[in-house]
Design a binder for this molecule. Sequence first.
Ligand code: AN0
Ligand code: CP
Length: 323
Amino acid sequence: MKLFQHVSDIGDLRTALAEAQEVKRDRYQWQHLGRNKTALLIFFNNSLRTRLSTQKAAMNLGMNVIVLDVNQGAWKLETERGVIMDGDKSEHLLEAIPVMGSYCDIIGVRSFARFESRKDDYEEKILNQFIRYSGRPVFFMESATVHPLQAFADLITIEEHKQTARPKVVMTWAPHPRALPQAVPNSFAEWMLAADVDFVITHPEGYELDPQFIGHARVEYDQMKAFEGADFVYAKNWSCPGVTRPNDYGKVLHDYHTMMDWCVSSRQMAVTNNAAFLHCLPVRRNMIVTDDVIESPRSLVIPEAANREISAQVVLKRMLESL
Ligand code: AN0
Ligand code: CP
């Protein structure tokens, strides 16, 4: 595997899920694969889970790992071509990328949506430069539009905990004080559609996600109705994707105080089929989900986060095998 961005990059999902379980059985059985191979993890944004789980996955495979926080200690990077660089940016991405590529065998990049231009974000302007100029396999650790390591871990978690062949999975928007990207809901939708679960999305009007990710997924604007009979509830905030409201791309559309009904509580969980609760974390309690729901025995947020090590290891393993 030379690129990990979309669900299609992982190929057959049954095979990938079986490989995830094989990793879980003994995560140290491929130490030879990573010998003298280096993973470089580049962060333009904060991270707890992605940073730790991906490092751990690389170490499980016997790799060396280098982590770079671009905004802490590296030169400030210019990303636009043609700019006269007389400001605070000392280096251009076009030099920095091949230089970084020369020190490693595989590159992971985290670079969130900047919300300056929908076109730039949705064309994956930053990540595409890494793909083009690094000369290395690139895996996405949350880009402007996708977070595939998260969605893969979510799918592993659902597979491990489902009690019916085709569970009902509801992804619900929930309130948040700041504008967040659409990467997590985009990828979750993409992976759920490929996994062929009974998938429903619920959000207030204006938050319609890009059809390239949600395809013909069912959207139910009435949150309580969407939750009826759900086996899994996946909560996430996202800002306006700019699909039905192009001028509001990246904005929070309403004062969150007026949207607190959308916070996942025992009121909504009561109409589900004793649903399990999922969230990618970090989560703001009593904005996205109440204390009692996230602390309940039906909350899977910790095993879900633990599965990030597994999804990362499957991806790194596949990349090592094709070096
Ligand atoms: C990020 C987001 O919503 O995309 C990362 C989630 C994994 N969350 C925050 O910035 C709080
Ligand atoms: N879920 C997730 O990607 O968490 P971090 O932002 O902490 O990496």
